[in-house]
Ligand binder design. Structure first.
Ligand code: PLP
Length: 461
């Protein structure tokens, strides 16, 4: 049988899809009992993949078997309730379901012509996002892989506009000999901002860093004089403390000066969807661009970053590098708003997640992250841990008496595989960082986590 005949049979028989589905079900059923981080043995077994590319074709069933047998066991329990590493987030079931279906569609999401359904759902998501974040009507959205790409898209739009205002078309004339623009950034910006500024040719040494206070918020009294040559980068959700900058006051000043404000709100922007936490995002609507992830706080599956930009012309011109505003078709052409051309039709999962949760569901889920974070902070504090941050959102920073103890406790917890959290450094101190951002995390998960921490601490003595 030729390889084409073989594939035709696989597609029509659907046996491999049933096989994948049953493995996925098995995985889901085991999620609450599996190791939160894979054991040494299971990581060791990944060696099975170290094989030369075969001359002959392989069996599809064996490939799926191998992936499940060796791959499933070397995953982290992201979908469960006790993975607290980085700011990863869980996955809303309906979004996993629509992802399966739309994966089979295999749409190229770049143009209306290559996927009318993707174009439509991007348009719907754009409207809904503006409602959730309360952003100006003229704001446009681009659907990218993550906030790193969303930050890149926002900063490239800012660069285009600021130079254009100075009579310099950056797309045509480039960086050499360009007039000076000034970049001001919160000193605790995420690494992706630094990377982006370097990639854009601004040079890390040319960034003016604005100091932050003990909570990780930008210090208003240290805000420099801004003007129409200025780009200011703020954050909604400090990756350590979860704190939010004072957008209302800062953006008012920036707007008077004609500066561009970009807000990195990867996980924090979603506080706007919680009735009791939306005070944290007050004034965000006064910025020029916003970067946010669906795959963190909103719990869409991975590959869901969004750039929102008030200045459509700047975003489109910067990403098309043509210097002018081109409309490709009467319908929405997704490629206009992202650096990519061919891309997954990723807005489908975002659409499903927002439609499924609705405003009430988002409010409940996001408010719960904060409630659980407070529960954890209180419980750990009662057990003698030091909480280093004010728990305003979903991040908790924990320490012991000294760095040595903190690191010991962190290692003990990580190797227990009963929950997982990462390490960080806060104001010169080692810290354990917990991010609560999965809908699966329950009150019992937090109680269990407090016991795991306490046990680890007791094993010190
Ligand atoms: C996660 C994160 C990013 C990077 O987002 P990716 O989706 O990982 O590309 C940027 N900024 C902040 C504040 C983040 O938490």
């Amino acid at each position: 049988m030729s390889i084409q005949q073989q594939m035709r049979t696989e597609l029509s028989k659907k046996k491999i899809f049933d096989q994948a589905r049953s493995f996925a079900y098995e995985y889901i059923d085991g999620i609450e009992h599996m190791d939160v981080f894979p054991s040494k043995e299971n990581i060791e077994r990944l060696k099975t993949f170290d094989e030369p590319l075969s001359d002959k074709s392989s069996s599809a069933e064996e490939i799926i078997d191998q992936l499940h047998e060796f791959g499933s066991k070397a995953t982290i329990a992201q979908l469960g309730g006790r993975y607290f590493g980085f700011v990863n987030g869980g996955a809303v079931p309906v979004a996993l379901g629509v992802k399966w279906l739309s994966d089979v569609w295999d749409q190229c999401g770049g143009l209306y012509l290559t996927s009318p359904i993707n174009s439509k759902l991007e348009q719907v998501c754009e409207q809904w996002l503006k409602t959730v974040f309360n952003l100006p009507m003229e704001t446009v959205a681009g659907f990218v892989s993550g906030t790193s790409m969303a930050n890149l898209s926002g900063l490239v739009a800012a660069r285009f506009r600021l130079f254009k205002n100075l009579g310099w078309d950056i797309n045509v004339k480039g960086i050499n000999g360009a007039p000076e623009i000034k970049i001001f950034a919160h000193e605790q910006v995420h690494a992706s901002i630094k990377k982006t500024l370097a990639m854009l040719g601004f040079g890390i040494e040319n960034i003016h860093w604005i100091p932050s206070d003990t909570h990780g918020k930008l210090r208003l009294d240290r805000l420099p004089e801004l003007d129409h040559r200025s780009l200011l980068i703020l954050q909604a959700g400090n990756v350590n403390t979860g704190s939010f900058d004072d957008f209302d006051a800062i953006c008012s000043q920036a707007n008077k000066a004609g500066a561009w404000v970009h807000i990195d709100g990867a996980f924090g922007l979603w506080a706007a969807a919680s009735k009791s936490l939306s005070y944290l995002t007050k004034g965000i609507e006064k910025a020029s661009s916003w970067a946010v992830d669906g795959h963190k706080t909103l719990n869409t599956p991975y590959d869901s970053g969004i750039i929102l930009c008030k200045d459509a012309e700047a975003l489109i011109s910067a990403l098309q590098a043509s210097g002018e505003y081109i409309t490709y078709s009467e319908q929405r052409d997704p490629l206009l708003y992202t650096p990519e051309l061919s891309k997954r039709s990723r807005a489908i999962e975002l659409w499903a997640t927002m439609k499924y949760l609705g405003k009430e569901g988002m409010n409940t889920m996001i408010t719960e992250f904060h409630t659980r974070a407070k529960q954890l902070a209180e419980g750990l504090s009662e057990s003698g841990f030091i909480i280093l941050n004010e728990v305003v959102f979903n991040q908790v920073l924990i320490a012991c008496e000294n760095d040595q103890q903190t690191n010991f406790v962190l290692n003990t917890i990580q190797s227990s595989s009963q929950c997982w959290c990462g390490g960080s450094n806060w104001q010169g101190k080692s810290a354990i960082r917990i991010s609560i951002c999965s809908w699966m995390t329950t009150k019992e998960d937090i109680n269990k986590t407090i016991s795991i921490f306490t046990e680890a601490k007791n094993s010190l003595y």
